[in-house]
Design a binder for this molecule. Structure first.
Ligand code: HEC
Length: 209
């Protein structure tokens, strides 16, 4: 019978490769006191080094794009394309082209789809700005009265920019952020398809009597 305490702590075996236990016991739990495996240490130190490097490059030197940069540059690119499209569109659009488009059923149909989606709430499906006897907020688009000009390009501008007077109680919203220039041109063509083109050149005056 050997009651002599071992050279190490109480229960420790002598085998140098056997797990070493730390002396304290909490809630009946004892901890090993071992060196962590190298592969584990390597990933741990690597993560720390990577964090420092990344933090430095990302936040201090701004070497990488943040999500914010990325989204902003995408939005800029989209706006740039929109601006180009608008310019190209405006370069080729005029009153005559819009009247021509209004006689093109395919274009007018595409405009009608936009109209049904975005304009009926205020201008009514039949363009009368009344629905079942009730007056809607918009102005009638099927009459001969145009508050801001009767020319197709006047209508285009109206749809694009909305009411010129931004203080009046009832507003026509601007659509340039929602619709592309060609969508606006098509919806204007749809409105014009309910009208007849006024004779452009004054008819030769025949002096009668
Ligand atoms: C929120 C209601 C509303 C919506 C939606 C709306 N409009 Fe209007 N629209 C108005 C109002 C109000 C006016 C009159 C604005 C003014 O007096 O300044 C108007 C005026 C117009 C005019 C000029 C009419 C005139 O007599 O000169 C046109 C053209 C027009 N809208 C087209 C459209 C088209 C096309 C759409 C869909 C893309 C649309 N509107 C959507 C409310 C609306």
């Amino acid at each position: 019978m050997n009651n002599e305490p071992s050279a190490h702590h109480g229960t420790q075996p002598v085998d140098p490769n056997a797990p070493v236990l730390r002396p304290h016991v909490y809630d009946g739990i004892q901890e090993y006191d071992q060196k962590l495996p190298n592969w584990w240490l390597f990933t741990f130190y690597f993560a720390i080094a990577w964090f420092v490097l990344y933090w430095f490059l990302y936040y201090n030197l701004g070497k990488f794009q943040t999500d914010h940069d990325r989204v902003t540059s995408q939005i800029d690119a989209i706006n740039q394309v929109k601006a180009w499209e608008l310019e190209a569109m405006l370069a080729k659009l005029d009153d005559k082209v819009l009247w021509e488009w209004s006689r093109n059923p395919q274009i007018a149909d595409q405009g009608a789809a936009t109209y049904q989606k975005l304009c009926v709430t205020c201008h009514a499906p039949d363009l009368s700005a009344t629905l079942a006897g009730a007056k809607l907020p918009g102005l009638p688009l099927n009459d001969a009265e145009w508050k801001y000009g009767a020319k197709p390009m006047d209508l285009f501008k109206m749809v694009q920019k909305g009411s010129p007077d931004k203080t009046q109680a009832v507003q026509m919203p601007p659509w340039e952020q929602v619709l592309s220039a060609s969508d606006i041109a098509k919806v204007v063509a749809f409105v014009l398809s309910h009208h007849t083109e006024p004779a452009t050149a004054d008819p030769p005056k025949v002096s009668a009597n």
